[in-house]
Structure formats: structure tokens, C-alpha cells
Design a protein around this ligand. Structure first.
Ligand code: FE2
Length: 426
């Protein structure tokens, strides 16, 4: 007897499966399961996947678009300035309200694990307190990891080191950084070393904003990788953004990528944001502002994609849909072969889960019964259509549903006929 039985679903690899769940876990996964169940869902041959994972987000700033003004230049630096203007007026209640609303958007689109950076440069640590409460309140629905993020620089102000440690003492999970925003290249490298040592001493993971610039000489990922190797933090460190790699000399990159691979550093790219933020000092040709996604994957370095922002000082758009992120990565990084498109789907699901070290994640017996059924038949169609998330399931319980679209596309991947049987024609 299952609590939940999903019939007639299709995996990302194209296998037809039924999925039986008991006590919040997957206990059976096979074709044509014969058993009673408390609830049955007919997936109608649609795609079932473990939930989407956002490996890079800023939940303290989300949905603050226009407060106190809109980013006119479209640059990272003006975004940081606007955020600093808003900070004095922040309250725990306001941050929580925006964050919880954003979590609802995420759940509706099947994102049930999020790594969010939280700014620790405000001495009051209001954002930390707010997001720690959000982490607890949203835990039945979303696994939320928090990163102690020195948005205004770790070495620019004397007190930030203590504030970062206070945030970690309060229960923030991961050590962050922003070496390209320190005053000098030397300070950037110094900040990486200091922050990595804090993580090593406390047994924590690291996720640094790293080289989010078009400057090819911004090479803090090299220091991050070397420190990861020195401190034996293999598999626990990620470099986020890494956009300077786009502009680096090819010979230098031919040495850098093996260093990253051998050090066990992961890469997290944020295509929605960096396609808009980067290249702002270029005329033409204008750089794309993404890291070298294809080359990173080919080197065997783990890679995930993050949403980064939804309606905040850096990015005005977004509905918190990880398939939009994958769609932009396919286009901006030209990941257009079938294998590459599949890899971009994995970068917002299974590969992101590995980088975040999520436990019991996946579509296998013994995993937590966290699943999404989409109105699509394959990862290719999921990215192409960004379709309805028909059922979002957490620990074996349906927590969000979206009805099938009536006038639907024919989703066999080759034809594009539309069913014009529309309702309400009078
Ligand atoms: Fe970010």
C-alpha cells in the first residue's frame, strides 16, 4: 500500500515508470506497479523529474524592484549602489514578506531547493535574521541553504569579518565572498585565503561570487582553486559567476580549467543576469558576459545554473522559473546539441543538487519523494516550452498544481501542430 502512486510517467531518459511513495520516500520505481495507494496520479506519459534546484540566489533583495529606484545603467555597480541605498530602510518583516512571496513563485514552478546568499554587511544583520526565520518556516516546502555574503567587500570595512562570523554563529550554512569587489587584486586574493580558512576551520562549504567582471585579469578563481586544494576542501567549494573567464586569454584558461578540475571546485553560472549586466563597457563587438560553460563541462568540472535575481536592483525580470535559466543558457552559451541541452536541464536539477550536497535527492528508490510532473515529454521540450508544472510533490504530498493548458502544443518534438479546440466560444 503506497501513500502516493504516480502512474504512467516518463523519466528524463525516456523510460516509462510508475512511482510508489511511502512516508515521504520513493519505495518503488518500475513499469506497471500493482498496488493500492492513498492517492493515484495519472501522469499521462508526461515528464517526471526530481525538483528544480536553484544553486545561486539573493533572497534578501528579491522583489525589491524599484526600491528606492530602478537601475538606469544596468550595471552590477549601480545595482550594488541601489541596494546600499535601500539597506537602511530594511526591516525583518519586509524582507520576510518578500522572500516568502518569492518562495511561493518558486514552489509553483517546481523549485524545492535554493542556495541563497544573504548580505552580512549591515551591522544589524537584519537580512540574516529574516532569512534564518524564512529557512525554518519554508522547510516543509523548500530546502534553503544560506551563504554569508559580504556584498560590500570583506576587507573594505574593518567590522565585516566579525559580522560574517556572527552570521555563521547564528546558523548561516555556507561561507561567501566577493574578491573582485575588494579594493585591489591583492586584497581580493587575501580575502579568498581568509574566507577559505574560516570555512576549513568550521567545516563549512564555500560559495564565492568570483570574477563577476569583464576584466580578463580578474583571476580570483585561480586562488580559490589553489586554496581549495591546499585546505583539502574538494567537493565543498563553488565559484559563482566566473564571467571574467569569458574574456581571458585562451592559453591561461588552458591551465586554469585543469586546476579547477583537480581542486574539486564547482562552477555556477547565472545566464539571465550576466547576459544583461556584462559587456556594458563594450561598444561592438559586445561580449556575452557568460563563463565558458561548454569548456567547463568538457573538462569534467561540475557546473550548475542559478537564477541569481528576481525583480531586484540587478535584474528587473523573472518569474522564478529555473527552466527560463536553462533556456537562456542554451541560447547565450550556444549549448544547442541534444546532449548539451540535456546538460543544461541537469544543471538546474541533478548536477545542482550534487554541488549543494543535497541529501537523498533524485529519482531512485530510497530518495525523498520530491518530484515535479511537467506538461512535456522530455527535458528538451521542458526547456523549449517552459510548460506547466502539473504537480509539484514534496515528501510524497502534492503541494502545488497547475491545470493542463487546454489549447496545447503537440509535444512529440518534431511537429508543431496546435489543437484549436478552444473553450468558451459562446
Ligand atoms: Fe549573485
Amino acid at each position: 500500500m503506497f501513500d502516493l502512486l504516480i502512474r504512467n510517467a516518463r523519466t528524463a531518459d525516456g523510460d516509462a515508470v510508475d512511482i510508489g511513495c511511502v512516508d515521504g520516500r520513493i519505495v518503488a520505481l518500475a513499469a506497471n506497479l500493482q498496488a493500492e495507494a492513498g492517492r493515484e496520479i495519472d501522469a499521462g506519459a508526461c515528464l517526471v523529474t526530481p525538483p528544480f534546484v536553484d544553486s545561486h540566489f539573493h533572497m534578501d533583495a528579491t522583489l525589491s524592484f524599484g526600491q528606492p529606484r530602478i537601475n538606469a545603467s544596468g550595471t552590477l555597480l549601480e545595482g550594488i549602489q541601489i541596494w546600499s541605498e535601500l539597506k537602511p530602510d530594511l526591516t525583518v518583516a519586509a524582507i520576510k514578506e518578500r522572500a516568502l512571496e518569492c518562495c511561493k513563485w518558486a514552489i509553483a514552478r517546481g523549485t524545492l531547493a535554493i542556495r541563497s546568499h544573504v548580505d552580512i554587511c549591515d551591522p544589524r544583520l537584519l537580512a540574516v535574521d529574516a532569512l534564518l526565520e524564512v529557512r525554518e518556516e519554508i522547510a516543509p516546502y523548500i530546502d534553503l541553504q544560506l551563504v554569508a555574503f559580504p556584498q560590500d567587500g570583506y576587507l573594505r570595512t574593518a567590522d565585516v569579518d566579525q559580522q560574517l562570523k556572527r552570521a555563521l554563529d547564528k546558523g548561516v550554512d555556507v561561507v561567501g565572498g566577493i574578491p573582485h569587489f575588494e579594493r585591489t587584486m591583492a586584497d581580493g586574493a587575501k580575502s579568498v585565503r581568509a574566507l577559505m580558512e574560516i570555512a576549513a576551520a568550521r567545516g563549512l562549504m564555500v560559495d564565492m561570487h568570483c570574477d563577476e567582471t569583464d576584466d580578463p585579469l580578474s583571476r580570483h578563481i585561480e586562488t580559490l582553486s589553489a586554496e581549495c586544494h591546499r585546505l583539502r576542501l574538494h567537493g565543498r567549494v563553488a565559484g559563482s559567476h566566473l564571467t571574467s573567464m569569458h574574456s581571458m586569454d585562451n592559453y591561461y584558461v588552458s591551465k586554469l580549467l585543469p586546476l579547477m578540475r583537480d581542486s574539486g571546485v564547482a562552477a555556477i553560472a547565472n545566464p539571465l543576469i550576466n547576459i544583461t549586466l556584462q559587456g556594458r563597457h563594450d561598444t561592438y563587438p559586445k561580449r556575452r558576459g557568460l563563463t565558458r560553460i561548454r569548456e567547463i563541462i568538457e573538462m569534467g568540472i561540475p557546473l550548475a545554473l542559478g537564477h541569481d535575481c528576481v525583480m531586484d536592483p540587478w535584474y528587473s525580470f523573472g518569474s522564478y522559473d529555473m527552466l527560463e535559466v536553462a533556456h537562456m543558457a542554451v541560447h547565450a552559451a550556444q549549448m544547442t546539441s541534444m546532449a548539451e541541452i540535456r546538460k543544461m536541464f541537469d544543471a538546474v536539477t541533478v548536477d545542482a543538487a550534487k554541488i549543494l550536497n543535497l541529501q537523498d535527492y533524485g529519482l531512485h528508490v530510497g530518495a525523498r519523494a520530491d518530484l515535479v510532473i511537467l506538461q512535456a515529454q522530455s527535458p528538451f521540450d521542458a526547456i523549449r516550452l517552459r510548460p506547466n508544472r502539473l504537480f509539484v510533490i514534496r515528501r510524497g504530498q502534492v503541494i502545488a498544481e497547475t491545470p493542463r493548458t487546454q489549447a496545447h502544443l503537440n509535444l512529440d518534438g518534431t511537429r508543431h501542430s496546435v489543437d484549436f479546440t478552444l473553450k468558451n466560444q459562446g
